[in-house]
Ligand binder design. Structure first.
Ligand SMILES: [Zn+2]
Length: 206
């Protein structure tokens, strides 16, 4: 999970609109469990839709990398918008279009996280979040591991985050190994053209 800085909400996603859409979804969802949040596909922003424009803004933040695993480039089921606090949980209905709750996610992370939520899960744009503070990179195995030098709560959060996103899935480990190889062969390459940027500088065994 690479640190990200989230700018303020884009102008078209006003505070008023965030609240209005949240309230509308909450009201409808409470009446009908099967109600789907699809307003952002019909809500217009110029010639485009709210969904597309929000997604574009999220893409700018991470250079089109998954906010959680930093996977890149996006494939067909990637680049979707994840609700960090799941829209399926009644306590979060009103956050369904809240800027701070929207994350660009790849298919792997969407599937791994599902509708799981607890306060321990780290966010890449959380204040004071730094990869090194919570994690270490084991370059022998291409695994993200807990920083055992961190305090107990940070270790617990790191452990939970690795588990929820299944960061050490065999496919992700292989991809990180691949990108590290590409980077070591051409250190001048633009790292934004590579995936899993947080692991690229870890060349030594921990
Ligand atoms: Zn991901």
């Amino acid at each position: 999970m690479r640190k990200l800085i989230r700018p303020n909400a884009p102008n078209f996603l006003t505070e008023k609109l965030q609240i209005e859409l949240g309230e509308r979804y909450k009201k409808n969802r409470e009446k009908n469990k099967g109600h789907q949040f699809n307003y952002w596909h019909t809500e217009k922003v110029g010639e485009s839709t709210l969904y597309k424009e929000i997604r574009n803004k999220l893409i700018e933040i991470s250079d089109d990398h998954c906010f959680y695993c930093d996977g890149y480039p996006p494939l067909s089921d990637d680049d979707t918008i994840d609700h960090f606090k799941p829209k399926s949980k009644p306590e979060f209905y009103d956050l369904v279009c809240s800027w701070e709750n929207l994350y660009l996610a790849c298919g792997h992370c969407q599937k791994a996280k599902g509708s799981e939520y607890n306060d321990l899960i780290l966010r890449p744009d959380e204040i004071n979040y730094e990869f090194d503070k919570f994690f270490k990179y084991d370059s022998d195995n291409d695994e993200v591991i807990v920083n055992l030098g961190a305090d107990d709560l940070s270790q617990l959060r790191a452990e939970k985050t690795i588990e929820v996103f299944d960061f050490n899935h065999v496919g992700l480990k292989k991809l990180r190994g691949f990108f590290r190889k590409v980077y070591s062969q051409d250190p001048q390459i633009n790292i934004n053209d590579l995936g899993y940027r947080f692991c690229l500088n870890f060349q030594q065994t921990i």
